[in-house]
Design a protein around this ligand. Structure first.
Ligand SMILES: *Cc1c(COP(=O)(O)O)cnc(C)c1O
Length: 848
């Protein structure tokens, strides 16, 4: 079996085997104290599961069998707490929080469960005693890749924080049979491969067929004396699968409930009564396709709609099924419930809740509307127009006729109110309508969410300001009190304790363990900013993480990198607005400088770029090809040696983020100001001791505010500068920059002449054409400032002590970016609940 080097902090012990020698780290209980009894218990349970659950013995068991035996062992520790937590909620009946999201980007579960239950050391020791390696088993687990990027990962971090804060919260989503595709790089191009993550079974979920619900589609609406009836519908069943969500050492275990589409047994049998039984059974796939696959678009919906316009009205059944499934619990005691909509994707919950209240529960329309608005709240995640959902009315007419009626009625009420307040302002009515007229009539889902919610929030201060001042300006003028900000955060459990235990340990040695559930306590580290041993410890942990990651790259991809070079990392979805191209131009510029002056000393860099491109996003795929092509030339140029490497990190996903982020020296957050709503990758790097080079965009603004602007590498246009360039008459002119900046010109000329693609010189003509003539994200306008700023990065990197002091200052000031802080704000300011500090009593074992 391979010996994988990271994940567990035994950096002082080269063998990376558990030490039994009073290692100083053993005194720190961040990963749980391995009592002798616990270890024996884990071993016993592991052997029982191998025998009874996996039906194997040690002669024939595979590494995967061992992973499953351990997963079941750890899962057993959740069960009592899970039952007890749910019982506690039943008895106390606190307000329930439903976090509705089409994505939950969970990653792996085994290590996270051990961390949150404090079982990690006991398991590590037990597995060692069994002659196995815990890290190796952890690597066998498939990522639950039920998300695209930041939005889905945010939902996952929120679940962790809600459980840790003791909120009675439920994540509601879809159990995609195939998650985000696996990315292969073939000949420099992205190739997608299906993510068959359930192939070997999922030990973390529990199917709940007894709670299956019918979801209705099609049919027609009857207006009868005793109310509206939606009849002759086609039914698809929604089967829930529950996954436990443990809080950090507080005995709380919440539920993530993911729905799977299931055809009813009589599906299509009526229609095919005349002998086409086989055909009818085969047609069950049509219904079950609803939850088949995650749509791989991040911050782009257009591509997908364009394609799926005619025959397959893709997302609506999925979204409708999702929202109809979420309804039972929510309609019961509706004011004891808060529903948070993660973007507009679950927007149909609004008309669905109205339908349940009015048509089923016979609540008066106005009262129902009041309840709906009090219950729902909407989080906006983007201002990019291509990502704002606008669904064709024609799809609704057939598929969800009653929901469409309700949306029309809600829009009418809303517009009547606007018309009364702004008499004669027809243009305002048109701008604010939920229904957009035109050759293709569309429903503006964001407008629906705003009118149907009592709170609308952006995800970083700058983004919330843009939401108020531009995208939803009219709505803000109408109801300013609705609009809020909730700056995103990340869970310090996964993104510090789990992925960077070495750093967690050196922090805990200085300030104790309180920071794990109160990240603002990291401030106490400022006291140690001149403490030479602490500076050395922090630098040492970083170096160890870099060595581990270098070993991983060599082992997995046979690439050798210089572990003393600066690890310069940009990992995130590939998108024009995130400007991987700017990074690429910097790499080319460095390369040309080295070639120009080979004897001059250079600060060695390993530039790592990773991320998936939406399969239908041509430019994003070209950007990947450009990065790999540039890497091919630079990495094989003998003049360059190990001064510079450009590595494309294949298949960036949660489990890879956990490896590369703790090893990064430099974090690239370089989107055009005003385009990245918040970013959360930026926060993960900050907590893990990388310095940020970034624009004043998203949460970078608040990171700079927390740490002091002088402790980040901030460069380039501010939002005001971008707006000024956009104003009429002052059009952004890429050619001016191209002509006045010789190094930029050289880089562009190389790309367009085929210097990086000798076998296909015209390969990058679309990229160059975009950059020169229709670059919405103004790459060239920030080139000069960026290159200069990178020079300052080099300067500081040459002074390791000063670099590390800045790192410490950044870590110390990263406390704001805990999702515990974010969730506490949602709880108090949107949901009207108070986080509870008191742990649920420990579970009892089942009685005999
Ligand atoms: C955090 C995270 C993201 C979001 O990164 P941004 O830089 O904020 O876009 C995307 N993908 C994965 C796997 C992540 O862990």
């Amino acid at each position: 079996m391979r010996n994988l080097p990271w994940c567990h902090p035994r950096p002082l012990v080269p063998s990376s085997k558990p030490s039994h020698d009073g290692d100083r780290r053993k005194q720190i209980s961040v990963r749980g104290i391995a009592g002798l009894g616990d270890v024996a218990e884990v071993r016993k349970s592991f052997n029982r599961h191998l025998h009874f659950t996996l039906v194997k013995d040690r002669n024939v068991a595979t590494p995967r069998d061992y992973y499953f035996a351990l997963a079941h062992t750890v899962r057993d520790h959740l069960v009592g707490r899970w039952i007890r937590t749910q019982q506690h909620y039943y008895e106390r009946d606190p307000k329930r929080i439903y976090y509705l999201s089409l994505e939950f980007y969970m990653g792996r579960t085994l290590q996270n469960t051990m961390v949150n239950l404090g079982l990690q050391n006991a398991c590590d020791e037990a597995i060692y005693q069994l002659g196995l390696d815990l890290e190796e088993l952890e690597e066998i687990e498939e990522d639950a890749g039920l998300g695209n990027g930041g939005l889905g990962r945010l939902a996952a971090c929120f679940l962790d924080s809600m459980a840790t804060l003791g909120l009675a919260a439920y994540g509601y989503g879809i159990r995609y049979e195939f998650g985000i595709f696996n990315q292969k790089i073939v000949d420099g191009w992205q190739v997608e491969e299906a993510d068959d993550w359930l192939r070997y079974g999922n030990p973390w979920e529990k199917a709940r067929p007894e709670y299956m619900l019918p979801v209705h589609f099609y049919g027609r609406v009857e207006h009868t004396p005793d109310g509206v009836k939606w009849v002759d519908t086609q039914v698809v069943l929604a089967m829930p699968y529950d996954t436990p969500v443990p809080g950090y050492k507080n005995n709380t275990v919440n539920t993530m409930r993911l729905w799977s589409a299931k055809a009813p047994n009589d599906f299509n049998l009526q229609e095919f009564n005349m002998g086409d039984y086989i055909e009818a059974v085969l047609d069950r796939n049509l219904a079950e396709n609803i939850s088949r696959v995650l749509y791989p678009n991040d911050n782009v919906r257009k591509n997908c709609y364009e394609k799926s316009f005619g025959a397959d009205p893709y997302p609506i059944p999925m979204h409708a099924g999702h929202c109809q499934s979420a309804r039972t619990e929510t309609s019961k005691s509706v004011l004891q419930v808060a529903i948070q909509l993660n973007d507009t994707h679950p927007a149909l919950s609004i008309p669905e809740l109205m339908r349940i209240l009015v048509d089923v529960e016979k609540v008066d329309w106005d009262k129902a509307w009041e309840i709906t608005k009090k219950t729902c709240a909407y989080t906006n995640h983007t201002v990019l127009p291509e990502a704002l959902e606008r669904w064709p009315v024609s799809m609704f007419e057939k598929l969800l006729p009653r929901h469409l009626e309700i949306i029309y009625a809600l829009n009418q009420m809303h517009l009547d109110r606007v018309a009364a307040l702004y008499p004669g302002d027809i243009d305002r009515l048109r701008r604010m309508s939920v229904i957009e007229e035109g050759d293709c009539k569309r429903i503006n889902m964001a407008h629906l969410c705003v009118i149907g919610s009592h709170a609308v929030n952006g995800v970083a201060r700058i983004h919330s300001d843009i939401v108020r001042n531009s995208v939803f300006k009219d709505f803000y003028e109408l109801e300013p009190e609705k609009f809020q900000n909730k700056t995103n955060g990340i869970t310090p459990r996964r993104w510090l304790l789990l992925c960077n235990p070495g750093l967690a340990d050196v922090i805990a040695e200085k300030i104790g363990e309180g920071f794990i559930t109160d990240l603002s306590q990291l401030k106490k580290l400022l006291e140690f900013i001149d403490n030479e041993t602490f500076i050395r410890d922090v630098a040492k942990v970083k170096q160890e993480n870099k060595l581990k990651f270098a070993a991983y790259l060599e082992e997995q991809y046979k690439v050798k990198i210089n572990p003393t070079s600066m690890f310069d990392v940009q990992v995130k979805r590939i998108h024009e607005y995130k400007r991987q191209l700017l990074n690429c131009l910097h790499a080319i510029t460095l390369y040309n400088r080295i070639r120009c002056n080979p004897s001059k000393s250079f600060v060695p860099r390993t530039i790592m770029i990773g991320g998936k491109a939406a399969p239908g996003y041509h430019m994003a795929k070209m950007i990947i090809k450009l990065i790999t092509s540039v890497g091919e030339v630079i990495n094989n140029d003998p003049y360059v040696g190990d001064k510079l490497k450009v590595i494309f990190l294949e298949n960036y996903r949660v489990s890879l983020a956990e490896k590369v982020i703790p090893a990064a020296d430099l974090s690239q957050q370089i989107s055009t100001a005003g385009t990245e709503a918040s970013g959360t990758g930026n926060m993960k790097f900050m907590v893990n001791g990388a310095l940020t080079i970034g624009t004043m965009d998203g949460a970078n603004v608040e990171m700079a505010e927390e740490a002091g602007e002088e402790n980040l590498f901030i460069f380039g246009m501010r939002v005001e500068d971008v707006e000024a360039l956009d104003r009429k008459g002052l059009v952004y002119n890429a050619r001016e920059y191209y002509e006045s900046l010789p190094e930029l010109r050289q880089a562009i000329d190389q790309i367009s002449s085929g210097f990086f693609s000798p076998r296909d010189p015209g390969c990058f003509k679309d990229v160059v054409n975009m950059l020169m003539y229709h670059d919405r994200f103004k790459v060239f306008a920030d080139y000069e400032a960026y290159i200069k700023c990178q020079g300052q990065v080099d300067q500081l990197f040459m002074d390791p002590r000063e670099w590390t002091r800045k790192v410490i200052r950044n870590i110390a000031c990263s406390g704001k970016f805990s999702s515990d802080r974010t969730i506490t704000e949602y709880a108090r300011e949107i949901w009207g609940v108070e986080p509870s500090a008191t742990a649920i009593p420990p579970p009892n074992l089942p009685r005999n």
